[in-house]
Design a binder for this molecule. Structure first.
Ligand code: SMG
Ligand code: MG
Length: 369
């Protein structure tokens, strides 16, 4: 048992090396909240995966800041916590899994650092290196997309995921498939389609895709199940899965056959482990999603991806795919397309103090009154 002395919140901003366009918008800049939890014994870090706007989900930085500062952090500061208690302490707030994950993960990091145990070993990781894929935003042209794909394959990435939206889909994906017959290739629609677009999915079905990620609205498991019956390519759900309960509903309904696990989307590393277990019981593979995290969130994701049922390459790309300078020591891809799972205590990495200071936009500390 350890007492939480204070929780510092920081909004940090880092430019992206290349803009990232999805069906819901373009990002040129990464902005996220970091939490630094100080206990009697150690300091732990957590990164919130929410973005500038409520587009990927309802959560966004300005709202998450208030929920963290005014509700979640005060529920922990000055209290004794054990890993087993932290989710329950935050359960009085309905929803807001991204905000909750920030503190759940930071508390776990602090507790594990004090014990000298790594997050990878805590979650039952079985590998020291994980296979990595890369997610490519909607490009300005097919030529530009093919160049990007070539570049990432040269770096060793083991799976290419293409963002798609209505009108910029089948032809682009076919061009990539024609150029690379044997690669693991997937697409991610970020909920931009409806069942009226069945012809598009039938055309994609001929391109030997590893999966089609989140084709339909995130609340519509029933129609995902209908679509899964109509195409042979495996569907994968991302935005729709916010808890282990959603994962079991989706798998039981046949709404997907693969699950993208983003620990931040489901309320943190503990619920992510439950999603992993639910999928493993159903025989559905999982993989680790990404939200263009800094080194803090990336380290958390890599630990998770070391668990046994993470059998597909994740969106766990190298720091340089996103940032000229990461907040931590950069994560690097080996030529074989794998990345090392940090083995030090907790998440195994820390932000560089000068870089952290340099990119801080806003800072507040919650202490015991
Ligand atoms: O971290 O490499 C990454 C990005 C992976 O495509 C990615 N994430 O829906 O899976 C997804 C998207 C969400 C990005 S929102 C800006
Ligand atoms: Mg996705």
């Amino acid at each position: 048992m350890t007492t939480i002395r204070s929780i510092e919140l920081r909004l940090v901003g880092l430019p992206l090396v290349t803009p990232f366009r999805t069906s819901f918008g373009e990002m040129t800049h990464k902005e996220c909240i970091l939490a630094r939890v100080e206990t009697d014994d150690a300091v732990g870090w957590g990164e919130c995966i929410a973005g500038d706007e409520p587009d990927f989900s309802e959560e966004w930085n300005a709202g998450a800041w208030l929920v963290l500062r005014d509700l979640l952090a005060p529920a922990l500061v000055g209290r004794d916590v054990r890993i087993e208690d932290v989710e329950r302490r935050l359960a009085f707030v309905r929803g807001h899994p991204m905000a909750k994950a920030t503190l759940v993960n930071a508390v776990i990091d602090a507790v594990l650092r004090a014990e000298g145990a790594s997050l990878g070993s805590y979650v039952g990781g079985v590998r020291e290196r994980v296979a990595c894929g890369v997610s490519i935003g909607i490009a300005s042209s097919t030529e530009r997309l093919l160049e990007q794909v070539d570049g990432y394959l040269e770096q060793g990435y083991r799976r290419i995921k293409l963002k798609i939206e209505p009108g910029t889909d089948v032809e682009r994906v076919r061009a990539v498939r024609d150029a690379h017959a044997d690669i693991l290739l997937s697409v991610d629609a970020n909920a931009a389609y409806s069942l009226e677009d069945l012809a598009t999915f039938e055309a994609l079905d001929d391109l030997a895709l590893l999966m089609i990620e989140q084709p339909l609205h995130h609340e519509d498991l029933v129609r995902h199940a209908e679509l899964q019956r109509l195409v042979s390519t495996d569907l994968c759900l991302d935005e729709s899965i916010r808890s282990a309960a959603h994962a079991s509903a989706a798998l039981e309904l046949g709404a997907c056959r693969i699950v993208n696990i983003k620990q931040g989307r489901v309320g943190g590393i503990l619920e992510a482990r439950r999603v992993h277990d639910v999928a493993a019981t159903s025989g559905a593979p999982v993989w680790c999603g990404g939200m263009l995290e800094t080194g803090i969130g990336r380290a958390t994701n890599l630990a998770l991806a070391a668990m046994p049922n993470f059998t597909l390459p994740g969106d766990t790309s190298a720091s340089r795919r996103y940032f000229a300078e990461d907040l931590t020591d950069p994560f690097e891809l080996a030529p074989d397309g794998t990345m090392a799972v940090p083995s030090g205590p907790g998440i195994g990495v820390e932000p560089d103090p000068a870089r952290l200071q340099g990119c801080t936009v806003r800072r507040e500390v919650v202490e015991k009154e």
